[in-house]
Write a protein that binds this ligand. Structure first.
Ligand code: ADP
Ligand code: MG
Length: 328
């Protein structure tokens, strides 16, 4: 009897230990995700309060998101869906509601050392209007304590990269067009050679060429191994450059995944081929393999990101009549 009791106590102890062990393992796994990923949020929420301290808007609700290092990630959503709020939380410019957390490059959001490794292009750049493009970059370079010699080399390279020519870089920022302001804002965001770049609506004000250049630049940042978080309501921008996206609506995550997978219409199969005449096209459905068609592929066709976006907004609008009113 005593032996049985001892055995039971020993067993329950072992079970308890293994439960503790499992919890430990789980926690250490969670910790390693937080430290190894570029961005990791858990139940990240943000409520804005009014003057009297009453909750006014819940701009973000329980965002659970992991962005891998080296990834170009798109945060997509209509105006007022919480994109800029998310970026501000990641930079530690505002504080999250209790119970939620955000890690950036392995450290809690807002850590000053980590912020020095982040490049940020805000929705509106507030740069000094009386400085010219070149002076602006030198000014920010000095703030990051970049050695003078290095800065002298880096500034013209960055100005070239963002497409500001000799004439433009000598003009005062107050004379810049919106597109030029966006370009100098981006150059400023890259001055510290950041590992993580947060871009809030980067193509706003850019013409189609400027937009194309911005997308190419984002892809070249990815090729350099950098992580990019891109916020936009412009669907084509996101579709062209992002590895994965999430769609936010009224502060909630609606979709998360690879662009290609999200746009795939899974219950439809599409067959595309070259080199077949009309009669062969009729036969192809039944005799595809025997026809020996060249470059024949069988894939799933995709819808557009626009369709997906509109569907999510409509499906989640009370009344479902397709009209939604943005709170912004
Ligand atoms: P997005 O960048 O997707 O357009 P935001 O994150 O800027 O959206 O805003 C999300 C919601 O939070 C909106 O309803 C907006 O009006 C509200 N909001 C944003 N900033 C503040 C603030 N400082 N005070 C009160 N409400 C805010
Ligand atoms: Mg915004």
């Amino acid at each position: 009897m005593i032996a049985e009791c001892r055995l039971a106590i020993a067993e329950s102890k072992t079970n308890r230990q293994s439960a503790v062990g499992k919890r430990h393992l789980f926690m250490s796994e969670a910790m390693s995700v937080a430290t190894e990923s570029a961005i990791h949020t858990e139940n990240l929420s943000k409520t804005y309060y009014d003057f009297w301290g009453r909750p006014k808007v819940t701009a973000l609700k329980n965002l659970n998101l992991t962005i891998n290092r080296g990834e170009v990630f798109g945060l997509l959503g209509p105006n007022g869906s919480g994109k800029s709020t998310t970026i501000k939380l990641l930079l530690g410019l505002i504080f999250p509601d209790r119970g939620g957390s955000a890690h950036v490059l392995g450290h809690p959001a807002g850590d000053t050392e980590i912020n020095a490794r982040i490049g940020f292009l805000p929705e509106e750049s507030y740069l000094y209007r009386f400085l010219n493009g070149e002076e602006t970059l030198k000014f920010y370079g000095r703030l990051f304590k970049i050695p003078k010699k290095e800065l002298k080399e880096r500034v013209p390279i960055l100005l070239d990269t963002v497409g500001l020519d000799e004439k433009a870089r000598k003009r005062k920022l107050r004379e810049y067009s919106k597109g030029m302001a966006r370009r100098i804002g981006l150059a400023q965001a890259l001055i510290n050679n950041p590992d993580l770049i947060l871009l809030d609506e980067p193509t706003t004000g850019l013409d189609p060429i400027g937009t194309r250049e911005m997308k190419d630049l984002i892809l070249s940042l990815k090729a350099q191994g950098k992580t990019v978080l891109l916020c936009s309501h412009l669907l084509a921008d996101v579709q062209d450059v992002c590895d994965r996206i999430t769609i936010l609506f009224r502060g909630e995550m609606m979709e998360l995944g690879h662009v290609r997978d999200l746009l795939q219409v899974k219950d439809v199969t599409q067959i595309s081929t070259r080199g077949l005449n009309e009669s062969q096209v009729q036969e192809v459905k039944t005799f595809l393999s025997r026809l020996g068609a060249t470059e024949a592929t069988v894939t799933h066709p995709t819808t557009t990101l626009e369709d997906l976006f509109v569907r999510i907004v409509r499906d989640n609008t009370p009344g479902g009549n397709g009209a939604y009113t943005s709170s912004k």
